[in-house]
Design a protein around this ligand. Structure first.
Ligand code: G6P
Length: 471
């Protein structure tokens, strides 16, 4: 194959680029939302590769460009693509299905057709920028067909795929009318990575049930041409750049900002914090219900505590998200109506996203971090809180349904569906002694240090490179 010299040896492909286009010509780019971009940005900065993705706006046709030291290759999505491939199939079919049908998935044949079409567009854009024998790393559920499509276009490249969200049990997965095509798409990769061991197990079971291929200890025998090849399906729990959060947490101006936040809230005895995209998987309603009842029952004194809930806007044109926003804002309004005084707020609800500096100040200001997801691939917010607590203080309440619970075993563990249990966990966290906070935080911080995002990508890419020989 004769390819020009300026193609990349390492290519990341994800639905979103790390930056979204804004309306502001003076400040045209802002950080994209979500854990995927947070995790991959430091990896991309360290590698000299290209990042293929959507620039976050309809109809934008941009040539490749460099931003903040990264080479970005934009893929155009039209209004219809956004409605059918992104909001439709990705976020109203796959997202609810893979999060254990917390919301009902919608199955539309036209959305599937759009998903196939856009996945092909991403595969073609990737095939155009990848150098001969390049390593290509495809990311997440929006692009599950890209590994197979890319392998057909470019059999010379090494293909990894990482799935950032849960992979459901077969009894749920089997609802998908296109269940065979999606598994076949993923099996185009040499290594298929998941957040948890349970996700990799669910995937292997789906492969056996639908195709009858042999799967053994994370290795899958896939027919190819007249012969067979091997694909790996394994867990690689994702993480964060912990050192970066520590560094921010040490900055005097960020510590001053944390003190200012506490003061502005009247220096309450306890500040509780929730930080989520406004998504029904995050258990925000369950959290508010538990908190409201604790205030009602007087187990928490409304003069003494404040809950800061950052709910960053997300997928705002999808009906389930609009409804969730209404429900949450109604609940917040009720709690505040009942418990606010002129000088004090029971819930500080912030429907915004904030830059990393402000997030670290919030983490430092919060005595208790609440992560009550009903289902979550990993939840990097839990890890960001731990990494920011250089003072060794603070308590983390963590749902057992978040992938992070497999690693962060020293958190106060909750089943978010058990409202009484969540209430007890919140009270235990608020009342936790200083010594107990330090003991738990020490162990939590050790875990985040041992598995940081650089280690995550190193482990994945080492397994991927090892496949070169066996292709
Ligand atoms: C999660 C997904 C990502 C996604 C992010 C933000 O973290 O795993 O793939 O990018 O949410 O969602 P959005 O739909 O705004 O890209």
């Amino acid at each position: 194959m004769n390819l020009p010299q300026d193609r990349a040896d390492f290519v990341v492909v994800s639905n979103r680029l790390p930056v979204d286009r804004t309306d502001d010509d003076d400040d045209p780019w802002r950080h994209s939302p979500g854990g995927l971009v947070t995790a991959l940005e430091p990896v991309m900065r360290a590698a000299d590769g290209a990042w293929v993705g959507w620039p976050g706006r309809a109809g934008l046709d941009l040539p490749p460009f460099t931003f903040d030291g990264m080479s970005l290759v934009p893929v155009r999505l039209s209004e219809d693509d956004i409605a059918e491939y992104y909001e439709g199939f990705s976020n109203d079919t796959i997202w609810p299905l893979y999060h254990d049908v917390i919301a009902a998935p919608t199955y539309h044949r036209a959305w599937w057709d759009a998903y196939v079409k856009v996945n092909r567009r991403f595969a073609e854009a990737t095939a155009d920028v990848a150098a001969h024998g390049a390593t290509v790393w495809v990311q997440d559920y929006q692009l599950q067909l890209v590994p197979r499509l890319l392998r057909e276009l470019r059999p010379d490249v090494l293909i990894g795929y990482f799935h950032h969200i849960p992979f459901p049990a077969y009894g749920i997965y089997s609802q998908l009318p296109w269940r065979r095509q999606v598994i076949d798409g993923l099996l185009g990769a040499d290594v298929i990575g998941f957040q948890r061991v349970a996700d990799a197990g669910n995937f292997a079971r789906a492969v056996r049930r639908l195709f009858g291929y042999e799967t053994k200890a994370g290795s899958i025998t896939v027919p190819e041409g007249d012969g067979v090849r091997r694909a790996v399906a394994k867990a690689y729990p994702i993480s964060i750049d912990g050192a970066q959060y520590e560094e921010l947490a040490r900055r005097p101006e960020i510590q001053a900002r944390a003190r200012e936040i506490r003061e502005s809230l009247g220096n309450p005895r306890a500040i509780l914090l929730g930080v989520d995209r406004l998504d029904y998987t995050k258990g925000i309603r369950h959290r508010l219900k538990a908190y409201g009842e604790l205030l009602d029952e007087g187990r928490l004194d409304s003069e003494d505590v404040t809950l800061i809930q950052v709910a960053s806007p997300s997928r705002e044109r999808v009906a389930a998200y609009m409804q969730l926003r209404d429900e949450i804002e109604l609940m917040v309004g009720r709690i505040n109506g009942d418990f606010d005084t002129v000088g004090h707020s029971a819930v500080r609800y912030l429907h915004h996203s904030y830059p990393r500096d402000e997030m670290v100040a919030l983490y430092l200001a919060a005595d208790v971090m609440l992560v009550t997801a009903l289902r979550d691939g990993m939840n990097l917010v839990a890890k960001e809180y731990v990494a920011s607590r250089i003072d060794g203080r603070g308590a983390l309440v963590l749902s057992e349904f978040a992938g992070a619970a497999d690693e962060l075993t020293q958190a106060v563990r909750v089943n978010p569906h058990d409202i009484e249990g969540v209430k007890d966990a919140i009270v235990a966290a608020v009342e936790m002694s200083d010594a107990e906070q330090r003991r738990r935080m020490r162990a939590l911080r050790r875990r985040v240090r041992v598995n940081d995002v650089a280690g995550w990508s190193r482990r994945f890419l080492a397994d991927l490179e090892a496949m070169r020989g066996s292709r």
